[in-house]
Design a protein around this ligand. Sequence first.
Ligand code: RB5
Length: 197
Amino acid sequence: MKIALGSDHGGFLLKKEVARHLMVKGIEFTDFGTFDGEQSVDYTDYVWPVAFGVSKGDFDLGILVCGTGIGVAIAANKVKGIRAAICTNGYMARMCREHNDANILTLGGRVLGNGLALEIVDIFLSTSFLGGRHAARLEKIRWMELHGPDATVTNGCAADSSNAPEACARDIKAAGEATGEAVGKSAAADAGANKSK
Ligand code: RB5
């Protein structure tokens, strides 16, 4: 497994801990900086090599750290194919892999203690994507990425389903077959029981 690592000054100290942790565990990684916790830098400059490295397939996963984990998550998620998840506990770390197939973990160096942060890292790196219904949702995200604001969407899918991904085509077909009442009922049922879906 190859990991891409990066931070700004706000995440520098925690990134150092993460790098040490990966080294002890024998996990291969590249640290793209910053290498100075004193100098104020723009987090975007460190997100860039990590996010594009992961999206190109040069790395399996990425870990980005800034003061809060927010700026690096926003920036990384602008890159096609990136699903960056900010995590503040182990449950989020597990779910972002199992349900969202997150490929970049973002952490807040000014928010998390080292012990918790490293536990989050361990869970993130050792948990696999569950696929199934979650894969269909990721397919819809890819569809949105591909078509941007030009995609007219209904139920998360392009109205023109001629070359829609399988999940969209299936939903469009199901919506066409269902009566308005049935669609309303299933939406209400979903809203009431969506905790484990
Ligand atoms: C830097 O002061 C801080 O804004 C940055 O590390 C990060 O928290 C932004 O989201």
